[in-house]
Every structure is written in C-alpha cells, then in structure tokens.
Design a protein around this ligand. Structure first.
Ligand SMILES: [Mn+2]
Length: 259
C-alpha cells in the first residue's frame, strides 16, 4: 500500500490552467479500464511535459479491483503531484452520506487481515482531503456529479454540506428546466436552465461530470452544456467506456475518446 505524507491542503475547488488534460470518469474498481486509458492516451509520457490527468472520483466499490485502482492513482499522484488531480466522488464522501455498496473495507480486510482498519482509516482520511471540483480556465467545471441553482465561485471555494451533496450526487435531466429532488435519495436532478445559468455565473463553457453509467461511455445534455464521461466498463457490463482529452484549439467532440 502506498504511504502518503502530510501535509495535504484541503481545497474544495482547484484552479487549473489550460494545459492539455485527460479527464477520467468513474472507475469503481475497474483497473483494466484505467490501464486502457493510460495506454490509449499515452499520458505517462506527457505528465512531466505539462499535461495533466484529472480523475472525477468514485475510485473504489462495486468493481473487482478497488485496491488496485487506489494503488495506481496514488502512485501517479506521488510521482506527479501537480499534474495529477484526484477529485472526490460520492464514494469518497462517506462522512457526508452513507451509501451502498461500500465493499472497499471488505477488499482491504481480505488483503490485510488484522491491519485492515489502519489502512481503511488512512484511505478515509485521504478521501476527506480530496477537492470536489476543478475550474479549468474559462472552459469547464469538472465535478463528479453536478451543479445546483445558485452555484457561484464563492460556493465552489467553500461549499456548504448540502451544496457538496449536490455536487457529488446530482444528475442532469431533459425532463424539466429547473431543479428537483433526485430519486437517488441524495442530490438533485437539474435541468437546462440551471445549467445555463451556472455556466454564465461561473464563466465556463461546460460541466464535465461522471456519476451515471451511460451507454457508450459519454453523453451530452443541455445542448452540450453538460458532458458525462464514464470510464468503468466491467462493473456495468458496458461495451465502451470513455474519457475526455482537453486540448486548446480542439473541439469538444474531437476530445471524446471511447475505448
Ligand atoms: Mn458517483
């Protein structure tokens, strides 16, 4: 298991410049999907020449190799601390809302036996320090799940618990324009009017999120204002996962990579 050293500074939203960026959606213990993305994007040869890797959260639970995913992303973070950005998903916010399935502790127990709790605690501590969103220049807001009515840069800096819940649990909808409670039991469903107001207020072009297992690995909502990328394949038996490659001068469609 990778050991990380303190101090880590807790920042709710990180600000990123417009370096080329690979954005990865939910992995949920699908280590082979992460390997496919690393290989397909060639990112390992680029992280020390200014490229960046942003992961949208939901690293463990559900899939066959949650610990493998944690080891891989922590190795990357230790090797390239500034170029690798690990965002928080709802599965990294157990302290906010308890959810099922949460099988990560079982996987740790299987591998580490009586030492399991020490390791689980250090993972929970790491999770509590992950930022919830990123501002990618004036282009995008990468965030695990969604946004909410009234979102602004101030709220992104220091979100209240209910705001954090909406960032980690919500889903876009085409059924209505506004915002309503989610059938997930946490977060909201937000319509196109909420998205377009948020994009105007935040001064960014689009929301890039994951959280929903969409067929094909990606989906646009709200006239292109929201892009979902989902990267885990084996957990949901999806034919394709996807990630997103952001490069200045490239169109959004050009940046979508299915695998
Ligand atoms: Mn999620």
């Amino acid at each position: 298991m990778v050991r990380f050293r303190e101090p880590f500074v807790v920042i709710a939203t990180v600000t990123l410049d417009l370096s080329p960026t690979v954005i990865v959606g939910d992995l949920h213990g699908d280590l082979s999907a992460l390997y496919e993305i690393i290989e397909g994007s060639g990112i390992l040869n680029k992280l020390d020449v200014g490229w960046r890797l942003v992961l949208l959260g939901d690293y463990g639970d559900r899939g066959p190799d949650s610990l493998g995913v944690y080891e891989a992303i922590l190795e990357l973070k230790l090797q390239y601390p500034n170029a690798v950005v690990l965002l928080k998903g709802n599965h990294e916010a157990l302290d906010l809302i308890r959810f099922q399935p949460h099988d990560l502790p079982d996987r740790i127990r299987e591998r580490y036996g009586s030492r399991w709790y020490e390791i689980y605690e250090s993972i929970l501590k790491l999770q509590s320090m992950l930022p919830a969103a990123a501002l990618y220049g004036d282009r995008a807001l990468p965030v695990h799940a969604g946004i909410f009515r009234g979102i602004c840069r101030e709220a992104l800096k220091c979100p209240k618990n209910e705001e954090l819940e909406m960032m980690l649990w919500s889903d876009p909808t085409e059924d209505f324009e506004g915002m309503a409670k989610s059938p997930r039991g946490a977060g909201v469903r937000f319509g196109a009017a909420v998205t377009h107001e948020a994009l105007r207020t935040l001064g960014v072009g689009m929301i890039i999120r994951s959280h929903s297992a969409v067929p094909g690995g990606y989906k646009f909502n709200h006239g292109g204002g929201v892009l979902t990328v989902f990267s885990s394949k084996n957990v949901y038996h999806l034919e394709h996962g996807a990630y997103f490659l952001f490069e200045d001068g490239r169109t959004v469609l050009d940046g979508i990579r299915q695998f």
